[in-house]
Design a protein around this ligand. Sequence first.
Ligand code: 5GP
Ligand code: MG
Length: 178
Amino acid sequence: MNTIQIKDKKFALSIPETEILATVRRVAEDINRDLADTNPLFICILNGAFMFAGDLMKIVNFPCEITFIKLSSYDGLYTTGTVKEIIGLNESVVGRTVVVVEDIVDTGITMERILGSLRAKGAKEIKIATFLQKPDALQRDITVDYVAMKIPNNFIVGYGLDYDGYGRNLKDIYTVVD
Ligand code: 5GP
Ligand code: MG
């Protein structure tokens, strides 16, 4: 088995790069089909979504803008339940279609907070594009419009997602083994 060590934890390869890129392409093509005429603002949620956003936006083929906000809710392996905004949104979303680009929807607490904030700022239409979703962990009433892959409720790293700051640069996804 292909395993790696990050700090005190071992992780096993679970989703190889080829599979990741195929699912990202499918999501991008769905977005191309659905949103080509909407002049959307894509909002990438840092840090975790940077790789997904990069690969996704290379395939999105219509006029659009992309911007970045930074939130944090995890401390090591566990979600803290409180979401901190570290870098906020500078662009106006009034009357605009926005697409939130997220690495993973887990409990949904982060996404609920983002949706509330974008609605309050006057967005016309809000779409969610997430690389991963853990359906079994969802605690909020959130409908994801675009999801590349659904995964079980285990902690993963790679492709932008970290364990305690490390592992974001891995091109494949790894799952914690102990
Ligand atoms: P939520 O608020 O939905 O519980 O969590 C969302 C955030 O928690 C994600 O954007 C992501 O940064 C982080 N997260 C959730 N599950 C995982 C995981 O398995 N691995 C890593 N590295 N981060 C996760
Ligand atoms: Mg995230």
